[in-house]
Write a protein that binds this ligand. Structure first.
Ligand code: ZN
Length: 358
Protein backbone atom coordinates (compact mmCIF):
# COMPACT_ATOMS: atom_id res chain seq x y z
CA UNK A 1 0.00 0.00 0.00
CA UNK A 2 1.37 3.37 -1.01
CA UNK A 3 0.78 5.94 1.71
CA UNK A 4 1.10 8.92 -0.61
CA UNK A 5 -0.92 9.96 -3.65
CA UNK A 6 0.56 12.39 -6.13
CA UNK A 7 -2.04 14.85 -7.31
CA UNK A 8 -2.46 18.03 -9.25
CA UNK A 9 -5.40 20.37 -9.21
CA UNK A 10 -5.80 23.81 -10.73
CA UNK A 11 -7.93 25.11 -7.87
CA UNK A 12 -5.48 23.99 -5.16
CA UNK A 13 -2.53 25.44 -7.12
CA UNK A 14 -4.34 28.72 -7.70
CA UNK A 15 -5.17 28.99 -4.03
CA UNK A 16 -1.53 28.28 -3.12
CA UNK A 17 -0.38 31.06 -5.43
CA UNK A 18 -2.84 33.45 -3.86
CA UNK A 19 -1.95 32.21 -0.38
CA UNK A 20 1.77 32.80 -0.94
CA UNK A 21 1.15 36.45 -1.70
CA UNK A 22 -1.28 36.74 1.14
CA UNK A 23 0.91 35.21 3.83
CA UNK A 24 3.90 37.14 2.51
CA UNK A 25 2.06 40.38 3.05
CA UNK A 26 0.53 39.72 6.43
CA UNK A 27 3.56 38.00 7.82
CA UNK A 28 6.20 40.59 7.06
CA UNK A 29 8.61 39.12 9.62
CA UNK A 30 9.30 35.99 7.59
CA UNK A 31 12.43 35.84 5.56
CA UNK A 32 11.55 33.78 2.54
CA UNK A 33 13.06 32.67 -0.70
CA UNK A 34 10.17 34.20 -2.62
CA UNK A 35 8.56 37.56 -2.35
CA UNK A 36 5.35 39.30 -3.16
CA UNK A 37 6.97 41.03 -6.13
CA UNK A 38 8.04 37.65 -7.53
CA UNK A 39 4.45 36.55 -7.30
CA UNK A 40 3.16 39.57 -9.15
CA UNK A 41 5.87 39.19 -11.79
CA UNK A 42 4.91 35.58 -12.19
CA UNK A 43 1.34 36.56 -12.83
CA UNK A 44 2.04 39.40 -15.22
CA UNK A 45 4.42 37.27 -17.29
CA UNK A 46 1.44 35.07 -18.15
CA UNK A 47 -1.02 37.94 -18.54
CA UNK A 48 -2.80 36.90 -15.39
CA UNK A 49 -4.43 39.98 -13.83
CA UNK A 50 -2.45 41.35 -10.93
CA UNK A 51 -3.84 40.49 -7.54
CA UNK A 52 -2.22 43.48 -5.89
CA UNK A 53 -5.59 45.00 -5.20
CA UNK A 54 -6.96 41.95 -3.45
CA UNK A 55 -4.13 42.31 -0.95
CA UNK A 56 -4.24 46.06 -0.52
CA UNK A 57 -4.70 47.05 3.08
CA UNK A 58 -3.57 43.67 4.41
CA UNK A 59 -0.14 44.96 5.37
CA UNK A 60 -1.75 47.76 7.35
CA UNK A 61 -3.36 45.27 9.73
CA UNK A 62 -2.59 45.47 13.42
CA UNK A 63 -0.77 42.63 15.14
CA UNK A 64 -4.00 41.16 16.50
CA UNK A 65 -5.73 41.45 13.12
CA UNK A 66 -2.77 39.79 11.44
CA UNK A 67 -2.95 36.91 13.90
CA UNK A 68 -6.63 36.50 13.17
CA UNK A 69 -6.04 36.64 9.41
CA UNK A 70 -3.33 33.97 9.65
CA UNK A 71 -5.74 31.70 11.53
CA UNK A 72 -8.44 32.25 8.92
CA UNK A 73 -5.92 31.47 6.20
CA UNK A 74 -4.92 28.26 8.01
CA UNK A 75 -8.53 27.09 8.22
CA UNK A 76 -9.19 27.95 4.60
CA UNK A 77 -6.02 26.08 3.57
CA UNK A 78 -7.22 22.96 5.41
CA UNK A 79 -10.57 23.16 3.62
CA UNK A 80 -8.98 23.62 0.20
CA UNK A 81 -6.47 20.80 0.75
CA UNK A 82 -9.11 18.41 1.99
CA UNK A 83 -10.97 18.83 -1.30
CA UNK A 84 -13.92 20.73 0.11
CA UNK A 85 -14.08 22.96 -2.94
CA UNK A 86 -14.97 21.74 -6.36
CA UNK A 87 -15.88 25.02 -7.93
CA UNK A 88 -13.84 28.18 -8.24
CA UNK A 89 -16.96 30.29 -7.62
CA UNK A 90 -17.50 28.80 -4.19
CA UNK A 91 -13.80 29.15 -3.23
CA UNK A 92 -13.55 32.74 -4.41
CA UNK A 93 -16.79 33.57 -2.62
CA UNK A 94 -15.36 32.22 0.61
CA UNK A 95 -12.02 34.04 0.16
CA UNK A 96 -13.77 37.36 -0.41
CA UNK A 97 -16.19 37.02 2.50
CA UNK A 98 -13.58 35.60 4.91
CA UNK A 99 -11.17 38.46 4.28
CA UNK A 100 -13.82 41.09 3.49
CA UNK A 101 -12.34 41.89 0.11
CA UNK A 102 -15.45 43.38 -1.52
CA UNK A 103 -17.11 42.90 -4.91
CA UNK A 104 -14.39 44.58 -7.04
CA UNK A 105 -11.69 42.34 -5.68
CA UNK A 106 -13.91 39.33 -6.10
CA UNK A 107 -14.00 40.06 -9.83
CA UNK A 108 -10.20 40.43 -9.91
CA UNK A 109 -9.85 37.03 -8.24
CA UNK A 110 -12.30 35.47 -10.69
CA UNK A 111 -10.38 36.88 -13.67
CA UNK A 112 -7.11 35.73 -12.16
CA UNK A 113 -8.46 32.22 -11.72
CA UNK A 114 -9.78 32.15 -15.31
CA UNK A 115 -6.34 33.15 -16.61
CA UNK A 116 -4.56 30.65 -14.39
CA UNK A 117 -6.95 27.94 -15.57
CA UNK A 118 -6.11 28.82 -19.18
CA UNK A 119 -2.40 28.42 -18.42
CA UNK A 120 -3.10 25.16 -16.57
CA UNK A 121 -5.28 23.69 -19.32
CA UNK A 122 -2.78 24.68 -22.01
CA UNK A 123 -0.08 22.70 -20.20
CA UNK A 124 -2.31 19.96 -18.87
CA UNK A 125 -0.71 17.22 -20.93
CA UNK A 126 2.73 18.07 -19.51
CA UNK A 127 1.32 18.52 -16.03
CA UNK A 128 -0.29 15.07 -16.01
CA UNK A 129 2.89 13.65 -17.48
CA UNK A 130 4.84 15.10 -14.53
CA UNK A 131 2.54 13.25 -12.16
CA UNK A 132 3.13 9.88 -13.78
CA UNK A 133 6.87 10.50 -14.36
CA UNK A 134 7.30 11.44 -10.74
CA UNK A 135 5.28 8.51 -9.53
CA UNK A 136 7.27 5.97 -11.55
CA UNK A 137 10.62 7.55 -10.64
CA UNK A 138 9.68 7.27 -6.95
CA UNK A 139 8.92 3.61 -7.47
CA UNK A 140 12.16 3.06 -9.38
CA UNK A 141 14.29 4.82 -6.77
CA UNK A 142 12.81 3.02 -3.80
CA UNK A 143 11.23 6.20 -2.49
CA UNK A 144 7.91 4.56 -1.63
CA UNK A 145 9.70 1.95 0.48
CA UNK A 146 11.57 4.72 2.27
CA UNK A 147 8.30 6.60 2.87
CA UNK A 148 7.00 3.51 4.65
CA UNK A 149 10.12 3.43 6.82
CA UNK A 150 9.54 7.07 7.68
CA UNK A 151 5.94 6.33 8.66
CA UNK A 152 7.20 3.53 10.90
CA UNK A 153 9.89 5.75 12.45
CA UNK A 154 7.44 8.54 13.31
CA UNK A 155 4.86 5.92 14.32
CA UNK A 156 2.16 7.44 12.17
CA UNK A 157 -0.42 4.94 10.98
CA UNK A 158 -0.29 4.27 7.26
CA UNK A 159 -4.01 4.84 7.02
CA UNK A 160 -3.15 8.53 7.53
CA UNK A 161 -2.51 8.94 3.83
CA UNK A 162 -0.69 11.98 2.44
CA UNK A 163 -1.53 13.82 -0.73
CA UNK A 164 1.38 15.34 -2.58
CA UNK A 165 0.12 18.23 -4.69
CA UNK A 166 2.27 19.27 -7.61
CA UNK A 167 2.00 22.96 -8.34
CA UNK A 168 2.64 24.30 -11.79
CA UNK A 169 3.13 28.02 -11.57
CA UNK A 170 3.74 30.26 -14.52
CA UNK A 171 7.44 30.60 -15.29
CA UNK A 172 8.70 31.40 -11.82
CA UNK A 173 9.48 29.34 -8.78
CA UNK A 174 8.11 30.73 -5.56
CA UNK A 175 9.01 27.97 -3.14
CA UNK A 176 10.19 24.38 -3.48
CA UNK A 177 7.74 22.78 -1.11
CA UNK A 178 5.58 23.15 1.96
CA UNK A 179 3.53 20.97 4.23
CA UNK A 180 0.47 21.08 6.43
CA UNK A 181 -0.91 18.56 8.90
CA UNK A 182 -3.04 17.15 6.06
CA UNK A 183 -0.89 17.06 2.96
CA UNK A 184 2.29 18.22 1.29
CA UNK A 185 2.97 20.50 -1.64
CA UNK A 186 5.73 20.63 -4.19
CA UNK A 187 6.45 23.33 -6.69
CA UNK A 188 7.39 21.85 -10.02
CA UNK A 189 7.95 25.11 -11.90
CA UNK A 190 11.31 26.19 -13.24
CA UNK A 191 13.78 28.24 -11.30
CA UNK A 192 13.46 31.95 -11.92
CA UNK A 193 16.85 32.10 -13.62
CA UNK A 194 16.07 29.33 -16.07
CA UNK A 195 14.95 29.74 -19.65
CA UNK A 196 11.21 29.55 -20.01
CA UNK A 197 11.19 26.58 -22.38
CA UNK A 198 12.69 24.43 -19.64
CA UNK A 199 9.27 24.33 -18.10
CA UNK A 200 7.87 21.88 -20.59
CA UNK A 201 8.93 18.28 -21.01
CA UNK A 202 11.99 18.65 -18.88
CA UNK A 203 12.39 15.53 -16.82
CA UNK A 204 15.51 16.84 -15.04
CA UNK A 205 13.22 19.25 -13.18
CA UNK A 206 11.42 16.21 -11.82
CA UNK A 207 14.48 14.27 -10.74
CA UNK A 208 16.34 17.16 -9.15
CA UNK A 209 13.30 17.84 -7.01
CA UNK A 210 13.16 14.26 -5.81
CA UNK A 211 14.23 15.08 -2.28
CA UNK A 212 11.65 17.79 -1.76
CA UNK A 213 8.79 15.37 -1.02
CA UNK A 214 11.02 13.40 1.40
CA UNK A 215 11.80 16.59 3.29
CA UNK A 216 8.16 17.72 3.28
CA UNK A 217 6.92 14.27 4.29
CA UNK A 218 9.33 14.51 7.24
CA UNK A 219 7.52 17.71 8.31
CA UNK A 220 4.12 16.12 7.78
CA UNK A 221 4.97 13.02 9.80
CA UNK A 222 6.68 14.91 12.61
CA UNK A 223 3.65 17.18 12.91
CA UNK A 224 1.42 14.08 13.21
CA UNK A 225 3.73 12.27 15.64
CA UNK A 226 3.43 11.71 19.37
CA UNK A 227 6.62 13.77 19.81
CA UNK A 228 4.94 16.90 18.46
CA UNK A 229 2.10 16.53 20.96
CA UNK A 230 4.64 15.79 23.74
CA UNK A 231 6.33 19.10 22.98
CA UNK A 232 3.00 20.88 23.35
CA UNK A 233 1.34 18.94 26.17
CA UNK A 234 3.76 16.78 28.11
CA UNK A 235 6.23 18.76 30.28
CA UNK A 236 7.79 15.53 31.64
CA UNK A 237 8.77 14.26 28.21
CA UNK A 238 12.33 14.60 26.90
CA UNK A 239 10.90 16.10 23.68
CA UNK A 240 9.43 18.96 25.72
CA UNK A 241 12.73 19.41 27.60
CA UNK A 242 14.66 19.70 24.30
CA UNK A 243 12.09 22.26 23.14
CA UNK A 244 12.37 24.28 26.38
CA UNK A 245 16.15 24.23 26.24
CA UNK A 246 16.05 25.65 22.71
CA UNK A 247 13.40 28.19 23.66
CA UNK A 248 15.65 29.46 26.46
CA UNK A 249 18.56 29.55 24.05
CA UNK A 250 16.65 31.78 21.62
CA UNK A 251 15.34 33.93 24.48
CA UNK A 252 18.93 34.50 25.60
CA UNK A 253 19.65 35.68 22.04
CA UNK A 254 16.79 38.18 22.31
CA UNK A 255 14.71 36.49 19.60
CA UNK A 256 11.18 37.85 19.56
CA UNK A 257 9.28 34.54 19.46
CA UNK A 258 11.74 32.06 21.00
CA UNK A 259 9.12 29.29 21.17
CA UNK A 260 8.39 29.54 17.44
CA UNK A 261 12.10 29.41 16.57
CA UNK A 262 12.62 26.44 18.88
CA UNK A 263 9.77 24.48 17.34
CA UNK A 264 10.79 25.42 13.80
CA UNK A 265 14.39 24.20 14.14
CA UNK A 266 13.32 20.86 15.65
CA UNK A 267 10.99 20.44 12.66
CA UNK A 268 13.69 21.33 10.14
CA UNK A 269 16.28 19.09 11.79
CA UNK A 270 13.98 16.07 11.37
CA UNK A 271 12.93 16.97 7.82
CA UNK A 272 16.54 17.43 6.69
CA UNK A 273 17.62 14.22 8.45
CA UNK A 274 14.93 12.32 6.51
CA UNK A 275 16.08 13.55 3.11
CA UNK A 276 19.78 13.42 4.07
CA UNK A 277 19.63 9.74 4.99
CA UNK A 278 17.86 8.88 1.74
CA UNK A 279 20.48 10.79 -0.27
CA UNK A 280 23.21 8.88 1.54
CA UNK A 281 21.57 5.58 0.66
CA UNK A 282 21.52 6.62 -3.01
CA UNK A 283 25.05 8.01 -3.14
CA UNK A 284 27.70 6.67 -0.78
CA UNK A 285 29.97 9.66 -1.23
CA UNK A 286 27.25 11.98 0.08
CA UNK A 287 27.40 13.02 3.72
CA UNK A 288 24.80 15.44 5.01
CA UNK A 289 27.05 16.66 7.81
CA UNK A 290 29.81 17.63 5.38
CA UNK A 291 27.65 20.16 3.54
CA UNK A 292 28.88 23.70 4.20
CA UNK A 293 25.30 24.82 4.74
CA UNK A 294 22.65 22.16 5.18
CA UNK A 295 19.66 24.35 5.64
CA UNK A 296 19.63 27.90 4.42
CA UNK A 297 16.84 29.01 6.78
CA UNK A 298 19.04 29.83 9.75
CA UNK A 299 22.34 28.73 11.24
CA UNK A 300 20.79 27.09 14.32
CA UNK A 301 19.13 24.48 12.13
CA UNK A 302 22.58 23.32 11.03
CA UNK A 303 23.77 23.12 14.63
CA UNK A 304 20.79 20.98 15.59
CA UNK A 305 21.07 18.69 12.55
CA UNK A 306 24.60 17.76 13.63
CA UNK A 307 23.06 16.47 16.87
CA UNK A 308 19.86 14.91 15.51
CA UNK A 309 21.10 13.32 12.29
CA UNK A 310 23.47 10.67 13.75
CA UNK A 311 20.74 9.57 16.19
CA UNK A 312 18.17 9.43 13.37
CA UNK A 313 20.57 7.40 11.22
CA UNK A 314 21.16 4.91 14.02
CA UNK A 315 17.42 4.54 14.57
CA UNK A 316 16.78 3.96 10.86
CA UNK A 317 19.51 1.34 10.66
CA UNK A 318 18.10 -0.51 13.66
CA UNK A 319 14.46 0.02 12.58
CA UNK A 320 13.79 1.76 15.87
CA UNK A 321 10.91 4.24 16.08
CA UNK A 322 11.13 7.72 17.58
CA UNK A 323 10.64 7.63 21.36
CA UNK A 324 11.42 9.48 24.55
CA UNK A 325 14.88 7.91 24.38
CA UNK A 326 15.60 9.70 21.08
CA UNK A 327 15.16 13.09 22.74
CA UNK A 328 16.99 11.95 25.85
CA UNK A 329 20.00 11.24 23.65
CA UNK A 330 19.67 14.74 22.18
CA UNK A 331 19.59 16.30 25.66
CA UNK A 332 22.59 14.32 26.83
CA UNK A 333 24.65 15.00 23.71
CA UNK A 334 27.73 17.14 24.54
CA UNK A 335 27.37 18.69 21.09
CA UNK A 336 23.82 19.80 21.93
CA UNK A 337 24.92 21.29 25.24
CA UNK A 338 27.81 23.01 23.51
CA UNK A 339 25.88 24.32 20.46
CA UNK A 340 23.00 25.63 22.51
CA UNK A 341 24.58 27.09 25.62
CA UNK A 342 22.14 29.23 27.52
CA UNK A 343 24.87 31.31 29.08
CA UNK A 344 23.47 34.79 28.87
CA UNK A 345 22.01 35.97 32.15
CA UNK A 346 19.19 38.49 32.27
CA UNK A 347 21.77 41.21 33.01
CA UNK A 348 23.80 40.28 29.94
CA UNK A 349 20.70 40.34 27.75
CA UNK A 350 19.82 43.80 29.03
CA UNK A 351 23.29 45.26 28.41
CA UNK A 352 23.42 43.74 24.93
CA UNK A 353 20.19 45.57 24.16
CA UNK A 354 21.69 48.90 25.25
CA UNK A 355 24.75 48.24 23.13
CA UNK A 356 22.54 47.80 20.15
CA UNK A 357 24.07 44.39 19.52
CA UNK A 358 22.34 41.03 19.54
ZN1 ZN B 1 11.57 22.37 5.86
Amino acid sequence: MVCMDIKTDSLVSFFSLWGYGFSDLINSTTDRAFSFSDLLQSYSSQNIPLLEQTFSGMNKLSFEEKKEAINKLKNLTIDVNSGKYNSSKQLINDITTTFQLGEDNKRILENAYESYKKFYDLNKKTILQSVSTLSSSYEKNGLYDYFEKMYAFFQVDKSKKTNLYLHHFPSIMLDTGSSTKDCIHQNISIDKNEPKDHYLNNSCILTRRMFTPVHELGHFLFENSESASDIANNPDSSAHKVFKHLENYFASKNKKNPNRFAYAIIHEAFADSCSGFFKEKQDESFNLLNLPKINSNFAEVDSLIHVVYPIYKQHMKENKPISDDFFKQVLESPLFQNNFKNLASTAQIASAKFDGRN
